[in-house]
Structures are given as structure tokens and as C-alpha cells.
Design a protein around this ligand. Structure first.
Ligand code: 9WO
Length: 246
């Protein structure tokens, strides 16, 4: 998969390509990353990328022409049909389903805005999707773009090892994660649940799913609403809730 990023802060975004899962994926040629800076597509000596908003008001707006140049270059380096996605608070909220959808594409161009945003005519004519990572305003779209890159790249075939991808298996899809423990067994009087020390992998898997179901029900009932629990999952959830009441 190829991911293009358009940003005024290329060094900021480039860091994601050097660390962790994304860094490993890039070194294994499972993903390529191209970063374009609108400042490189300006025609004036001051390399101007922003200007005052028509109608007055605070802040500045990113100019159309430098954005058009940078996005055109990013598109050129990305497979045909790569959507241009503008990271903004006005976008559709990103979720795992969207990450899976993007991971199935050959390419993606992410536009990270700054200032108060980009000229609306650029969104109308050049942007395919607006995407938000949550209902808050950042200083720019770069952090959001890096979050999307991380969420998408980890879903690409071969990026996560067998164990790691097993943790992503569809059985747990759509649920919050279960609790995790590591050595030592006892910390300030708090012990590791016995089942995790039992070596009984079936019981351990059952416990982990039960915890994931229970935590999702307690913390994000909206996610449970979206799920069609199997009889086994419903029984596990009921068992969890009964244990919580004891
Ligand atoms: C800046 C600003 C300054 C004064 C008054 C109002 C203002 N609104 C903004 C603003 O929304 N700036 C954005 C900065 C413009 C687009 C890029 N920036 C951004 C993206 N902030 N937060 C995001 C973002 C992206 C994806 N998901 C969540 C937040």
C-alpha cells in the first residue's frame, strides 16, 4: 500500500515511518510513504501558503494553489483511484471499519491542514472524504493523519506477526480489549487472575472474551448495541454481569 501525506510539517509526519509497526512495515516494503509540502508548490519568494480569510475574523486560511500542487504530486505518486482524505473536525468520525476499508485500497492521500483550515473550494473540487478522529480540535491535521496511518498499516497483510494478528481476530472484533498482566504475580496485594496462571488455554480464551464483553458493555454500551452477540457471547456477558453483582 502507498500512503501520501500533504503537510506543512513533513518532518513531524516522517517520524511515524521510523518507529514501531509502521517503521517495520516500511522497512519490509509492505507500505511506502510519500510526504509533500505545499510550501514546495508556491510561486512567490516568501513561499506563501496562507492568506487572510474573506469576511474577516481570526486566523488564516490555506491557499488553494499550493495545496493543489502538493496534492497533485501526491496523487501522481499514489496508485490511480487513491482517495484524497482531508483530516478535519468536520469529517466523518474514523473507526475500525474505516481503517479496514482504507487497508483494502492500493493507496491513500491524506491532507493535514493547518491554521483555520483550507479554502472551501479546494475541499469541493479536490477532496474525496473529510475524516475526523474525534470530536475535538487539534492544532493541525498531522496527529490525526498519523493516527490513521498507524491504524491502517497495522491491518495490512504481513505487518503484524501471527500472534499479534491473532489478537485482532474477528471473534474479538468490535469489542474493547481484555485486561493484560505480566510479572510479577503480586503487586501491592493485587494478584494476577488464577485462570491466567492455569495454562488452560481454552479457559484463558473464554475468560478474555468474557472480560472483553463485560468491559465493552460497561464502558461502551453503544458498541454492544451494534453487535449481534452469539448465544455463547450473550451467556458469557450474563456470567460477567452476575459476577460483578456478587
Ligand atoms: C482553528 C481556529 C482558530 C480560531 C477559530 C476557530 C478555529 N478553528 C480552527 C480549526 O478548526 N483549525 C483546524 C486545524 C483546521 C483543519 C486542520 N486542523 C485540525 C484538524 N484541527 N483538528 C483537526 C482534526 C482532524 C481530525 N480529527 C480531529 C481533529
Amino acid at each position: 500500500m502507498h500512503i501520501g501525506v500533504v503537510t506543512l510539517f513533513p518532518d513531524m509526519v516522517a517520524t511515524i515511518a521510523d518507529y514501531g509497526v509502521v517503521g517495520r512495515a516500511r522497512r519490509n516494503a509492505l507500505v511506502t510513504l510519500d510526504i509533500e509540502n505545499p510550501r514546495d508548490y508556491t510561486s512567490d519568494v516568501h513561499r506563501t501558503v496562507d492568506d487572510r480569510p474573506y469576511g474577516g475574523g481570526p486566523g488564516m486560511v490555506m491557499k488553494y494553489a499550493p495545496l493543489a500542487g502538493a496534492v497533485a504530486a501526491a496523487r501522481e505518486r499514489s496508485p490511480a483511484g487513491s482517495p484524497v482524505v482531508y483530516l478535519s473536525p468536520q469529517g466523518r468520525v474514523f473507526d475500525q471499519a474505516a481503517a479496514r476499508r482504507y487497508a483494502r485500497l492500493p493507496g491513500l492521500v491524506l491532507l493535514a491542514g493547518r491554521y483555520e483550515g483550507v479554502d472551501e473550494r479546494f475541499i469541493e473540487s479536490q477532496v474525496d472524504e473529510e475524516l475526523s478522529i474525534g470530536d475535538f480540535v487539534l492544532s493541525g491535521g498531522e496527529v490525526a493523519a498519523m493516527a490513521v496511518i498507524d491504524a491502517v498499516v497495522r491491518l495490512l497483510p504481513g505487518v503484524l506477526g501471527d500472534d499479534e494478528s491473532a489478537a485482532q481476530d474477528s471473534f474479538m472484533e468490535g469489542l474493547l480489549d481484555c485486561p493484560h498482566y505480566t510479572r510479577p504475580e503480586e503487586i501491592e496485594g493485587r494478584n494476577v487472575p488464577d485462570v491466567l496462571l492455569s495454562g488452560d488455554h481454552a479457559q484463558i480464551a473464554r475468560w478474555r472474551l468474557k472480560q472483553a464483553l463485560g468491559r465493552t458493555y460497561e464502558r461502551r454500551p453503544d458498541l454492544v448495541e451494534k453487535l449481534e452477540l452469539s448465544d455463547e457471547q450473550q451467556a458469557l456477558l450474563d456470567e460477567y454481569l452476575k459476577e460483578q453483582r456478587q
